[in-house]
Design a protein around this ligand. Sequence first.
Ligand code: PLP
Length: 425
Amino acid sequence: MKEITSAKLFEQAKKRIPGGVNSPVRAFGNVGLIPRFIQAAKGDKIYDVDGNEYVDYVCSWGPGILGHAHQPVIEKVKEACESGLTFGAPTEKEVILAELIAELVPSMEVNRLVCSGTEAVMSAIRVARGYTGRTKIVKFQGCYHGHSDGLLVKAGSAAMTTSVPDSAGVPQDFTRHTLIAKYNDKDSVEQLFAAQGKDIAAVIVEPVAANMGVVLPQKGFLEFLREITSQYGALLIFDEVITGFRLGLGGAQQYFGVNPDLTTLGKIVGGGMPVGAYGGKREIMDMVSPVGPVYQAGTLAGNPIATTAGIETLRILKEDPGIYDRLEEKTKKLEQAVKDAAGDRVWVNRIGSLMSIFFTPNPVLDYEGAASSDTRQYADYFRYLLEAGIYVAPSQFEAMFVSDAHMEEDIERTRDVIHGYFEER
Ligand SMILES: *Cc1c(COP(=O)(O)O)cnc(C)c1O
């Protein structure tokens, strides 16, 4: 009988898939291990083909806010499958999801569904350019907005550890309209506006940066972005692909009380299926085809299975007002555990159920701060946790995600393992 192991599958995978994976960070390259091939997940646990069980703090990089294979969502998805996987024609579910999004994130008065966060951001930027008639985009060092050409400049996430800050295959001409500012640094933004303000179509930002590890906006930073964009007639785009429905039902914009002109969503909005969304005021979204001249389309956009998973997930979040308090409490316990165990050997950033442990004693407020972390130490920490059945992101520059399915006993076990690590090291 042929035994299936992660090691064997990885060898096989590398022959047919670049690096053996369909998204770079999954390859475990930054932590020097073979990736675990997962065969099932339930609640806060994932199970690999080697027979190991892990408490999962990756949660599919964010979508899994309810935990894995949440039964009410699974039931509805199964039901939806029976009626057909895709029609390429409008459905009631798209209307329901669009209304839910607009209800929970009121600034997204009119919104459109796409199939990924990358597409949502790419489309929002096109709309911003179409609406303003301008070409330049301001993005922040260390923020990640998907893998479209114009945004792969000083991107975070895997682009930060795989040494391709600027991807090969992207012509200089395609990124020359992308201007780079420093996160939490108002001066860097002011300088760009002073020099090229009338050409800037939009500022795009992760309102809480979560792709250089979690970095919080400093007090007044988002308000400042709101003011300076309005002053110059540029649009403010919040990329809430991670923060949407995670910091609260209304995302970061509700949390901080700052309304962007356009918002992009992904991850949670699809409840584990491939969905992205972008939207804003009617006047701006009326630019989009077939109403306006900005073209954007998708064969499987708003498909009935994906929208079902999204609708059910958002409904469950909406009908359970206690969920965000529970997430806060649980994640706070983990934060406290790290602080108690590690003292000033690490810097912890946390907001709601998003957290990062940086292996640096210095405050992490921006890309440079994050990049000063000792990634070898992180890799060591990662391997120790994995060995103990705790699955965190295989990279220093990603967030730790906590779900509603995380059980008290698993949080406590995680705390003990973290204590064990810092006692031994
Ligand atoms: C994940 C992510 C994206 C890209 O979404 P995909 O669905 O992976 O294309 C864009 N922006 C942010 C902030 C993200 O975290």
